[in-house]
Design a protein. Structure first.
Length: 115
């Protein structure tokens, strides 16, 4: 009986170690995205792709409408599904490759993050 208890504890410990090891790359990906955003040039509002999507650095200056059940006043790049970093004043965006957008910005392609 005691051997079965030890085997269960050992299996649990091994699973926990593997889960911990597997989480390290995920944590590094988040940190890498934030570091990459710092290295990216900031998107200019005069950029042709920014103009095409009505991008602005300050969302309060945009002509926003309620979208996806989110009031216009609560729509910002930092809560958009296309933003690619969790932190930082300037973050990479899937819509503007190799450019960083303002976390407080907005464009007409804004969509709420999936829950």
């Amino acid at each position: 009986m005691a051997d079965k208890h030890i085997n269960k504890s050992r299996r649990h410990a091994v699973r926990m170690m593997l889960a911990s090891i597997a989480s390290v790359p995920l944590i590094n990906l988040v940190n890498m995205a934030a570091a990459q955003a710092e290295d990216l040039p900031q998107l200019s509002e005069d950029d042709p792709s920014a103009k095409a999507l009505s991008y602005v650095h300050d969302a309060s200056k945009a002509n926003r409408v309620d979208k996806g059940g989110v009031p216009a006043s609560e729509q910002f790049c930092h809560n958009c599904q296309f933003i690619q970093a969790a932190e930082g004043e300037w973050r990479p965006c899937a819509l503007f490759p190799n450019k960083a957008v303002s976390a407080n910005g907005w464009c007409m392609s804004w969509m709420p993050k999936a829950s």
